[in-house]
Design a protein around this ligand. Sequence first.
Ligand code: SAM
Ligand code: SF4
Length: 438
Amino acid sequence: MRRRTPSRRPVKAQPIGPVQTFNVDGLTHEAKGVARLQGKVVFIDGALPGETVSAQITKTGRRFDEAVLSAIMEPSPFRVDPSCQHFTVCGGCSFQHLNDEQQLSSKTDWLKGQLRNLISNQELEVLSDRSTQYRRRARIAVDSKNGTLSLGFRGKASKDIVSIENCAVLTSALQTIFSSLKVALLGNDLVKMLGHIELLEDTKGVSVLFRLTASLPDGLKQSWENWAEKEQAALYWQAPKASKAEVSLEKMRHYDLGDMRLTYHPQDFIQVNAAMNQKMVSQAMDWLSPNKQDVVLDLFCGVGNFSLPLAQLANSVIGVEVQESMVEAARENARSNGFDNLTFVAADLTQPVADAFIKQKISKILLDPPRAGAFEFLDTVIKIGPTQILYVSCNASTLARDAEYLTAKGYRVLRVGLMDMFPQTSHVETMMLLQKKK
Ligand SMILES: C[S@@+](CC[C@H](N)C(=O)[O-])C[C@H]1O[C@@H](n2cnc3c(N)ncnc32)[C@H](O)[C@@H]1O
Ligand code: SF4
């Protein structure tokens, strides 16, 4: 029997039972192996389907137990060595011990389960890209206790900060600035005044935002400006309780999307995976295929990530977004990219909207809501009655709820796709095209 050191081990779980042998036959969405002991389900962190492992129970419940892996006797053929040295402890990734193909297959099976009431015949179309160095944005937690600096992410099994040497999913430029930052912060007074740090890479370059918990002496600020200049990074300071409006317009960021350039504020939402964003937008244009007769409503439009590509193809586009500053940026993006068929409206889509807005002759709608979904706006969508709805979702359960509502009100699902925006994690993004029944 081959034995192998487990590649993952929960950090704080304390064993409360003897070491026992388990045959693992399933995998949860959070990447826990599923086994059975006398009929009761046991979740084993770090175990994979098809493996025989030894593990110790750490927690017992009425319906299931949890266990910690001791050794892997028969490893899965799909097990791989994690690409990141911090995988055993860092909460940022959950799937690095499974090969890329099986990660996708596991996510696909999970998504099919989430959407089981909606997709009977449809194949799930899968969109993916590189599995490491894809994150162009990251929030870094900072802590310094007893003179030790911790710079990293929250742990898997606790909220403690795991100190990171290098993060394999950050873009190469962000990995470089992270290393430099770590050296520069060691023993530096800034550490005592930091809430967290945000790293960002876009077409303009790399930027670092320091979120402060106390005001900064001028001399210290200048020394960090010098560091940023040397690193060719833009520096942003967010003073305690300061709003983002305090960052000057010249310091707005931009990213390129196809032949368009989109301006945004460093604290605005942008898609984290640039290559996948490009692919997702292209797929959205392909599926919704707006033409010169279409008036398209782009709901939850941000700074116009879908609105501008839609406006290249459609008669006209109306974008709706709750954040006034993002609406301003979206208008500027329409102007600077030469569009005269784009209108942006600031509105909270969880609240009733004005009738004039509903009465527009809208033929297609694109929805890209936050995790909570778009339920409050669905009756308005149904009243507008577009021929097609393209729903982009970062939460399959709210998508399922919303799409089930739409299908009960006269729409049917035409296409569904999984978009692997965050490889190595369990996150799944979905695109669904719905068509009005004749
Ligand atoms: C998932 S992001 C999508 C943004 C954009 N479509 C993109 O691809 O970059 C969701 C957007 O919805 C906006 N939003 C959140 N709640 C909202 C609400 N109640 N009404 C309107 N917009 C909202 C957020 O500010 C954010 O820009
Ligand atoms: S988030 Fe980064 S540091 Fe954490 S496990 Fe993933 S690659 Fe490693």
